[in-house]
Write a protein that binds this ligand. Structure first.
Ligand SMILES: Nc1ncnc2c1ncn2[C@@H]1O[C@H](COP(=O)(O)OP(=O)(O)OP(=O)(O)O)[C@@H](O)[C@H]1O
Ligand SMILES: [Mg+2]
Length: 244
């Protein structure tokens, strides 16, 4: 589904991404870990077209997407949720989901059409709300939800576009332990049989979700392997001990 080779990116003179190679097959849930500032978020920005790589190639679903603008990459089915919350606070929970479902159906919003009549779109939107456990909050303003609920909504927004591959950047950042547990359960349930890359600091989350783990360190892949290979790996321990 994703094949990244020799990816490079620098900002000014600082080399941030330094030759990343990574392959993610269909239906794999892949975790990317690494110390703060290692380049994980920058790597996502390169995948989604928010930054253009200086060198290297990104194949997504066998298509070369290197250097394509974000909306084109998104339309090809690569969808991300951002490290910062990305919901429309002034819209209701249902409206938030519905605008993504609408755009997936290529229905252009126009002020003369009655959105509420679009039974199918409403039904699909409600199904997503049920999936993320926010069906009772459908008419609440997204901005008034709890932090954990907003993150759940954000995951719903990502799923609403029915992406081929999902990128999640620290979906449990800033959550309480209870919220984290709920969010992980939700992500686990919603991403089974889906292709996922998740950036995550919480090792419990990583080991409970990931089929495979890649450690990024100073913009390079330090090691990539099965969870049991990563756990207790000498280089990984050194990278983290060196950082803290
Ligand atoms: N637009 C930019 N211009 C200049 N430097 C940048 C830019 N974006 C990121 N950097 C630098 O690149 C490095 C990697 O940042 P990045 O956000 O990718 O790290 P990260 O692995 O996601 O860290 P964290 O775990 O803290 O989220 C950092 O040193 C950061 O300051
Ligand atoms: Mg980051």
């Amino acid at each position: 589904m994703l094949e990244v080779s020799d990816l490079h990116k620098s900002f000014g003179k600082t080399q941030i991404i330094n030759g990343i190679n990574l392959g993610v097959p269909e239906k794999e849930r892949h975790a990317v870990i690494g110390p703060n500032g290692a380049g994980k978020t920058t790597f996502f920005h390169l995948l989604t077209g928010n930054y253009k790589p200086d060198r290297g190639k990104i194949l997504f679903n066998h298509k070369n997407i290197t250097g394509l603008p974000p909306h084109k990459i998104n339309r090809l089915g690569l969808s991300r949720s951002f490290q910062i919350t990305n919901v429309f606070p002034g819209l209701s929970v249902l409206e938030n989901i519905r605008q993504v479902v609408l755009s997936r159906h290529r229905v252009r919003f126009n002020f003369y059409s009655n959105v509420n009549r679009m039974t199918r779109i409403n039904r699909e939107s409600m199904e997503i709300l049920e999936d993320i456990g926010l069906q009772d909050e459908r008419d609440e303003l997204a901005g008034e939800l709890s932090y954990g609920q907003q993150r759940a909504l954000e995951i719903g927004l990502t799923l609403a576009s029915e992406p081929k591959m999902i990128l999640l950047d620290e979906p449990t950042a800033g959550m309480s332990m209870d919220e984290t547990r709920d969010a992980v359960r939700l992500i686990d349930r919603l991403t089974r049989d889906k292709t996922l890359i998740i950036i995550e600091h919480d090792m419990e989350v990583v080991f409970s979700l990931a089929d495979k783990i890649t450690v990024i360190y100073y913009g390079e892949v330090l090691v990539s392997g099965l969870p049991e290979e990563i756990r207790g790996h000498k280089k990984v321990k050194e990278a983290y001990l060196g950082d803290h």
